[in-house]
Design a binder for this molecule. Sequence first.
Ligand code: RB5
Length: 148
Amino acid sequence: MKKIVIACDHGAVDLKERIVAFLQKKNFEVTDLGTKGSQSVDYPDMAAAACHEFLKGGYEFGILLCGTGIGVSIAANKIAGIRCALVCDLFSAEMARAHNNANFIAFGGRIRYAAPVEEMIGKFLDTTFEGGRHERRIAKMTALENSR
Ligand code: RB5
């Protein structure tokens, strides 16, 4: 069974529940690291927990959520090996996989998107990485992990 890891802060709990149900329906095994209630938590902590879990191996990709998706994506992209794409529509969902080979996607629970988040995730799932020149660019991004 394909596995994904998901985490959110208090700004996206309802959206997380929706996404978990959507992915379970698609037969994904979902590791849900919370948060679960309305109590405030810090998005860098949630992003770090999900990224470190992902890096243990065995996951297809991860999903991070906060009010805007911005905080979790910035935090995630500070962790070596993580490429977190802040997706906002069907095109960016497609490109996140096809060109960036993102291993995390982020959304905001307080954002009004033109397309349902489930459709954007579906687009990401249905897309394959194009490789080729994009491999070189990803290698250059990875090299930036050691730059100052
Ligand atoms: C929390 O209030 C909010 O700042 C957070 O969910 C997120 O939007 C940050 O980028």
